[in-house]
Design a protein around this ligand. Structure first.
Ligand SMILES: Nc1ncnc2c1ncn2[C@@H]1O[C@H](COP(=O)(O)OP(=O)(O)OP(=O)(O)O)[C@@H](O)[C@H]1O
Ligand SMILES: [Mg+2]
Length: 243
């Protein structure tokens, strides 16, 4: 883990939520390099979402360094310019979507990047079309179903043309047809991504390596080998790891 051209490099990160003494991230190291397509499968509460929020500067670590695109970021003003280049899909779509209509939500990012109203609208419509949801264009976002909102949130992220994607359970609530569309889209992207999911088949289809988390630290392919097979112990039917 020592690459000066890393897109994202976390070193020795420790994080506690305010008022808590539990180290959610404990001297954690992580590198995301150009070309990386990394999956993350780990139990509920292991700190996956906290990890993504730390990369974005939304959780401020007690110790350690965060370097993004080669620059060490410490204060809020350091994170501002990089946030628009990192596409974070929030675990909860309602944290991502706040405009009245779907088109407004998806055009919001491009407008913020300085595109004209017309160009931002065109980018938004193209992105919706790629995801097969152009028909939602004029829908009221908060009246959509959970799975539909998931797709709109993803469209809002992709419309920003980010340089790296951090996806927090993108398939939650998606049916198999839409999941296959997402697999096709991710496999067609030429940017690095880090995708959290509890769905082994999905992760296997879109990534080249699968990490996990335990006790606030990342376990890489070298530490574990996550796989699916069935046998007698109680986790036999779930994807799991052996130490
Ligand atoms: N806002 C918060 N304040 C205090 N503790 C929190 C907060 N958010 C999360 N935690 C705690 O931090 C730990 C890690 O939570 P996190 O949401 O990062 O886990 P996760 O791996 O994403 O889980 P899941 O698979 O359920 O999404 C949990 O013990 C959780 O209770
Ligand atoms: Mg989470």
């Amino acid at each position: 883990m020592n690459n000066i051209s890393s897109i994202i490099k976390l070193k020795d990160i420790t994080y506690f939520y305010p008022g808590s003494t539990k180290k959610v991230l404990d001297h954690l190291d992580l590198e995301i390099n150009p070309g990386d397509r990394i999956g993350m499968m780990a139990p509920n509460g292991s700190g996956k979402t906290t990890l993504l929020h730390t990369i974005m500067g939304l959780c401020k670590p007690a110790s350690g360094t965060i370097a993004i695109f080669g620059k060490v970021l410490t204060q809020e003003r350091d994170f501002l310019p990089v946030r628009s280049k990192i596409g974070l899909l929030f675990q909860d779509s309602d944290d991502q979507l706040f405009c009245p209509t779907v088109l407004d939500d998806v055009a919001f990012g491009p407008l913020n990047l300085g595109f004209s109203q017309k160009d931002a609208g065109d980018i938004a419509r193209n992105t919706l079309e790629k995801l097969g949801i152009l028909s939602f264009e004029h829908s009221i976002t908060h009246r959509l179903s959970g799975g539909q909102k998931r797709l709109v949130a993803l469209a809002a992220v992709l419309a920003m043309a980010p340089e790296v994607l951090l996806l927090d359970e993108p398939t939650a609530g998606l049916d198999n047809t839409v999941k296959n569309t997402l697999i096709h889209i991710l496999n067609g992207l030429d940017i690095s991504y880090f995708v959290i999911s509890h769905e082994f088949d999905f992760v296997k289809a879109v990534t080249d390596k699968i990490y996990s988390m335990e006790n606030g630290r990342i376990l890489t392919d070298n530490d574990i080998h996550i796989h699916r097979h069935e046998h007698v112990h109680k986790y036999g039917k779930q994807p799991h790891s052996h130490k």
